[in-house]
Design a protein. Structure first.
Length: 319
């Protein structure tokens, strides 16, 4: 029997959702033969109350890909702008949609360069993750304010916001701003591919108008219902942040160059990909970031205590 691969390459949460949510997911399966037509509006209202955002500015999506595809199609006349390194999913969806885009490189500290902000115009749709993946940092508020003023549209992916202790941009007053929230990380629901896109009411209205019938399944809707009635995501984030500190110190003690992170992963300086290869030999999967132009860098997800100890043990043995 093959050894089990320890997956620390996709920033998945190592913990299951709380027992009460698991129980209600099982109950939802017992109604799998019925379309969930009575759940959607009820859950939109709960989301509206939870985030204090009007219901007509909320769109439920099957993960980030669906939400971003809608934006690409809606604003095909815009030039999409990315700041690399960033979430590879941005690049992947734009390529699949045959949409050309402009790339700017972050500086050596993974911040947005002022000269690149000055190149942005009202014809641009800026897309960024905050906190950023794979660098793990938040962007300077002043830089974002400047981008808000100069760009035509902007999407902020706040997938990792719960780990950062930082304020969301949900309250920012702009008819040009979209915010995406994921349930894959702090909510431990990656397998559901569930997300929320917040945005201007006219755009959200059009997205809903062209929705497929019952596009969000019963299990996802029931999960969302209980997510909105709980703050277990913040408890999850706190627990993972503590484990992240343990992993950070362990890596540093093994003379590994590791960067501070406001997410559930760590960025590692990994010349010649030696750490990536060492861990791979031990059945521990991490992410080689060469595809993002970050040759010599590896990203590692924060696992549970046992998984972290296996990582640190593998490094101590100097494979």
């Amino acid at each position: 029997m093959a050894n089990k691969i320890i997956k620390l390459d996709k920033n998945e949460n190592p913990f299951l959702p709380p027992p009460y949510l698991m129980r209600n997911i099982k109950k939802a399966i017992s109604k799998i033969n019925i379309y969930p037509t009575d759940l959607y509006d009820k859950i939109i209202k709960l989301i509206s109350k939870k985030f204090d955002i009007p219901s007509n500015r909320i769109y439920l999506s099957n993960g980030f890909d669906e939400a971003f595809d809608l934006l690409i199609d809606r604003f095909r006349n815009k030039r999409f702008v990315l700041f690399l390194p960033t979430f590879y999913g941005f690049i992947e969806r734009l390529n699949l949609k045959n949409k050309k885009f402009k790339i700017f490189r972050l500086d050596k500290n993974f911040n947005i360069r002022k000269k690149d902000i000055l190149s942005i115009s009202k014809n641009d749709f800026v897309v960024l993750a905050n906190p950023n993946n794979p660098t793990g940092n938040l962007f300077n508020k002043g830089s974002l304010e400047s981008i808000f003023k100069r760009s035509g549209k902007i999407l902020i992916d706040e997938t990792y916001i719960d780990f950062s202790g930082s304020d969301s941009y949900l309250k920012y007053k702009s008819e040009d701003l979209f915010i995406f929230r994921s349930f894959s990380k702090s909510y431990s629901l990656a397998g559901l591919r569930l997300g929320i896109l917040f945005g201007p009411k006219e755009d959200i209205r059009l997205f809903r108008k062209h929705d497929k019938y019952c596009n969000i399944n019963t299990v996802s809707l029931v999960s969302l219902y209980y997510c909105m009635r709980s703050n277990y995501n913040l408890k999850n984030a706190k627990k993972l942040n503590k484990l992240k500190g343990f992993l950070f110190k362990g890596l540093e003690s093994n003379k590994v160059k590791v960067y501070p992170s406001l997410t559930n992963f760590l960025l590692i300086k990994d010349p010649k990909n030696s750490l990536f290869r060492k861990l791979k030999k031990k059945g521990i999967a991490t992410r080689d970031l060469s595809c993002l132009g970050m040759k010599g860098y590896t990203r590692i997800s924060v696992g549970n205590k046992k998984e972290i100890n296996l990582v640190l043990s593998a490094l101590r043995k100097n494979i």
